[in-house]
Design a protein around this ligand. Structure first.
Ligand code: HEC
Ligand code: HEC
Length: 459
């Protein structure tokens, strides 16, 4: 690189934190290698501890059915799991589903706490997995119904989810950080958080972390930074001392996330068809998504919105006041990564093209979960505009032809009377939920798309 270009890049870097297509940061293109001891400790911490105090009473899961039915279900906990979209835990967790665990409310009173896996523990072909996004979750019903344990419904301060399978995790961080000073002590007068709860976050798989330099849909975060992900344990009862005490635990958790492997497609694959698909992938997709197989590469590209043209809401409506506050906060003063160098958060202008490892298992697709299968993704004019699905994950709920979830189109005249049912309909006409853009497969013919789909199964 010419020295002038270095200088120019340096200046722009300091001015705006603009991400370049070929970023000068050495972290790009290198995969994170998990330290095995640290990863093991992280796994134990993540699957045995809650990092926020308990929010619900111990019996709430077993009694919450009273809010939606008069007859006691044969299996009350199973019925609650189905209602909220929770999955059996693949690790010892008593009779509790993944995402809930025993914890302390306050003053030694026991209750149920949520943990990371309520959103980051999913299920595919009936098998639960830590690190697969939970695309069945109805977080809104969970927060309205569990606190009352079936006796009454509670309003939430903003939407935790507007459509089932997606959630407003960003709004939660915005809301909770508004209660803090930069050093995480409590702010006496709450600042206006300028919260947006229409981002429809589709939870990314944790096994992609090892390849990423930047995190989140727009690449605003640093994948080496364990403090940054501690924002997910913001809770009014967690004080600054909690974050300091648990910093090393989150470093271990980060290493565990790096160590998770994508699941393999378990059904037969037509190898010669997939071989043809690989050629098409290399010519049409690899420049953004990287290459797979023995010497994988990943370019970590943030593709400008004008190019990818998917729903703009996550990028445009993301509260910049929050980004600024986050950049000034304790979370951004980690020991590693950009922040350690006084870096002020990345302002990007598009969406990150994610790695596609295990893509067969991570439907629905795009940052807002608007596309239910890979076949729909590869042919934009076939994408359904209003649809529902079972929100279960058995083999019969999985579409092996199209690769993704079995869906049922829903006519625009259908308007369910209650919000729990309404959230089961994904309506791409709603704010933040458009299924437009990413039309890179449209120029291919049927044969080519079939071959490409076969190849995608092998990643
Ligand atoms: C309420 C649901 C929810 C909970 C609980 C949650 N997350 Fe997330 N997480 C998300 C969503 C949604 C995203 C994607 C946000 C985006 O890009 O807009 C995400 C993104 C991430 C990412 C970045 C992944 C990537 O590849 O970009 C990490 C790391 C992460 N979460 C870690 C955690 C940890 C650790 C916990 C527990 C302490 C946690 N999360 C709890 C919903 C959640
Ligand atoms: C110019 C860059 C670019 C090209 C070329 C491209 N993609 Fe993408 N792809 C992206 C971006 C950016 C996203 C994320 C968009 C979003 O979520 O809004 C994405 C998302 C995806 C997703 C969804 C990932 C997920 O987890 O939700 C799949 C699958 C995918 N691309 C496959 C392909 C295939 C197959 C091709 C080749 C036909 C291709 N892409 C070509 C940039 C690209």
């Amino acid at each position: 690189m010419a020295p002038q270009r270095h200088l120019l890049m340096g200046i722009l870097w300091i001015l705006g934190g603009v991400l370049f297509a070929e970023a000068p940061d050495p972290a790009f293109g290198k995969f994170h290698i998990a330290d095995p001891e640290s990863a093991k400790r992280g796994q134990v911490a993540l699957t045995s501890r809650a990092f926020t105090p308990a929010s619900f009473t111990t019996d709430s899961l077993a009694t919450v059915w009273r809010i939606w039915t008069k007859t006691k279900p044969l299996d009350p906990i199973g019925a609650a799991r189905d209602r909220f979209g929770l999955h059996e835990a693949p690790y010892p967790n008593g009779d509790l589903p993944m995402g809930l665990r025993k914890g302390t409310i306050a003053l030694g009173i026991q209750g149920l706490a949520l943990d990371c896996m309520v959103c980051h523990g999913g299920s595919i072909l009936g098998k639960s997995m830590v690190g697969l996004g939970n695309s069945s979750l109805d977080l809104q019903s969970l927060f309205e119904e569990l606190p009352g344990a079936g006796a009454r419904r509670f309003p939430t301060p903003f939407h935790f989810s507007r459509t089932r399978g997606t959630n407003e995790a960003v709004a939660t961080s915005v809301y909770l950080l508004a209660l803090r000073n930069p050093d995480l002590s409590f702010q006496i007068t709450k600042s206006d958080p300028k919260l947006v709860d229409t981002l429809c976050g589709n939870v990314p798989a944790w096994w992609l972390m090892k390849k990423k330099a930047t995190l989140y849909a727009t690449g605003e975060g640093d994948a080496r930074d364990s403090r940054g992900i501690m924002q997910f344990s913001l809770h009014p009862l967690n004080q600054r001392s909690f974050f300091e005490k648990e910093e090393s635990t989150f470093k271990d958790i980060l290493h565990y996330l790096y160590s998770i492997e994508a699941p393999k497609y378990p059904f037969p694959v037509d190898q010669s068809l997939a071989g043809r698909g690989e050629g098409i992938f290399r010519s049409h997709c690899a420049k953004c998504h990287g290459t797979y197989g023995s010497n994988p590469t990943y370019p970590n590209k943030i593709v400008p919105l004008e190019d990818v043209a998917t729903d703009p809401q996550r990028l445009k409506a993301y509260p910049m006041d929050f980004a600024q506050k986050f950049s000034q906060s304790w979370f951004s003063k980690g020991h590693e990564g950009w922040f350690a160098d006084g870096y002020q958060g990345r302002v990007n202008h598009g969406y990150q093209a994610p790695p596609l490892d295990g893509i067969w298992a991570t439907a629905p697709y795009l940052h807002n979960g608007s596309v239910p299968t890979l076949a729909h993704l590869l042919d934009s004019k076939t994408r359904p505009s209003r649809f529902t699905r079972s929100y279960r994950t058995a083999e019969s709920d999985y579409d092996k032809e199209k690769i993704g979830w079995v869906i049922r189109p829903i006519d625009s005249s259908v308007r369910p009377a209650n919000t729990h049912e309404a959230r089961k309909i994904y309506d791409t006409k709603e704010l933040g939920r458009s299924n437009r853009g990413h039309d890179y497969g449209d120029t291919l013919n049927e044969e080519e798309r079939k071959a490409l789909l076969e190849y995608l199964k092998t990643l």
